[in-house]
Design a protein around this ligand. Structure first.
Ligand code: MN
Length: 369
């Protein structure tokens, strides 16, 4: 065979957070991910990862494994470089389930970079050579969050993503105290994770604007399009859609409705890098800048997001920090390490993952060949 997928391995992994990570809808102590390895018949293999969020896409590690059981057998023997074709095939086999599809898509992109013997970001656009990421401050009391902010700045972070969306008054206090603590030179963006009503959002954002907030993510519930439009119209802070935009089709719908100023792309919502690039292109044509975000990915999924952000001009912001929030590390060598808020790319082909922790990875649950 020539340029064919020979084997696909599926590894469910559980990765613990350093501390309980709380956002408006609830707290997490661990991330249940599914790692995929695709082995070709020409000596190249690629790593991919799903980090499903039940709240956002309705997926769990269990559903990802089930969906991969439908998709993976059909991919054996196919050319791994026919990514658009494989993405179409996956959509024809199973509707939705973007995290499961992202695991395959990411592994195919890793293979693509390794096949052409270049770092992935260089061969899908190569716009920038490093990526500024923020670090997220989970919800705690305003005082505790201000302490966390000071620690993050001491570690070199130039941008903070502040989780809010609990109590509007207290949320304003969070932002005030954090801005006072870190000074004027640090970028602050906020994320309400659907936690406010439109009225609460408009009031809170008008109070927060004096603390120089870059943008406000998902102020109202994902399905409340009218509410989002109302907030965007009445907010002095630019509004970013996260949970409201999963796919290229969602991006078109929200842009047409004039509901957003910015879009947060996540590989786990879009189904991987291929469709994420389409969202970024649609948004660019409409004058809407994008951010790349993450769910609970390890260094593998984060590397995929970082390569995409480096490649694409319109991905102007990055919130790629879940591997830093996780205590458990899956990658031993390689990956996109952070130095002074910047994601750096090692001179390793593809995603740049060189060695995994084989004990944490364990034996594959499923092998398709
Ligand atoms: Mn968000």
């Amino acid at each position: 065979m020539w340029l064919g997928i020979q084997q696909i391995e599926v590894y469910p992994v559980t990765l613990a957070y350093r501390e309980p990570f709380r956002i408006a809808p609830g707290a997490s102590t661990e991330s249940h991910n599914v790692v995929v390895r695709i082995i070709t018949d020409y000596g190249v293999c690629g790593w991919g990862e799903a980090s499903p969020s039940e709240r956002v896409t309705g997926e769990t590690a269990e559903t990802v494994v089930k969906v991969l059981d439908k998709i993976a057998p059909k991919l054996v023997g196919m050319c791994p470089l026919r990514i658009e074709n494989i993405v179409e095939l996956m959509d024809n086999l199973v509707a939705g389930n973007p995290s499961a599809k992202a695991a395959i898509d990411i592994a195919l992109h890793d293979i693509f970079g390794k096949t052409v013997r270049k770092e992935l970001y260089r061969v899908i656009g190569g716009y920038r050579t490093e990526v500024l990421t923020d670090i997220t401050l989970g919800i705690k009391s305003p005082k505790e969050m201000a302490k966390d902010a000071a620690k993050a700045v001491k570690r070199g972070f130039k941008a903070l993503k502040v989780k809010v969306g609990v109590d509007p008054e207290e949320d304003v206090e969070r932002v005030r105290l954090i801005r006072e603590t870190v000074g004027d030179d640090i970028q602050i963006r906020i994320d309400a994770n659907q936690g406010w009503t439109p009225k609460q959002a408009i009031q809170a954002l008008n109070k927060m604007t004096k603390y120089n907030i870059q943008f406000a993510e998902q102020p109202v519930p994902a399905e409340d399009l009218k509410g989002l439009i109302e907030v965007k119209r009445n907010s002095p802070i630019p509004v970013m859609a996260d949970e409201s935009v999963h796919s290229p089709e969602d991006a078109v719908r929200l842009i047409k409705a004039e509901a957003v100023d910015l879009i947060n792309i996540k590989l786990m919502k879009s189904g991987g890098i291929h469709k994420a690039r389409k969202i970024a292109a649609i948004a660019e044509a409409a004058g809407i800048p994008c951010m790349i975000g993450c769910m609970g990915e390890s260094e593998i999924g984060i590397a995929a997001g970082a390569h995409l952000a480096a490649a694409v001009r319109n991905i102007q912001y990055a919130d790629l920090d879940s591997d830093l929030l996780l205590k458990d590390k899956l990658v031993k060598k390689g990956g996109t390490k952070v130095k002074n808020s910047m994601r750096m790319f090692p001179k390793i082909h593809g995603l740049g993952i060189r060695e995994l922790d084989t004990v944490k990875l364990g034996k594959p649950l499923k092998v398709y060949k």
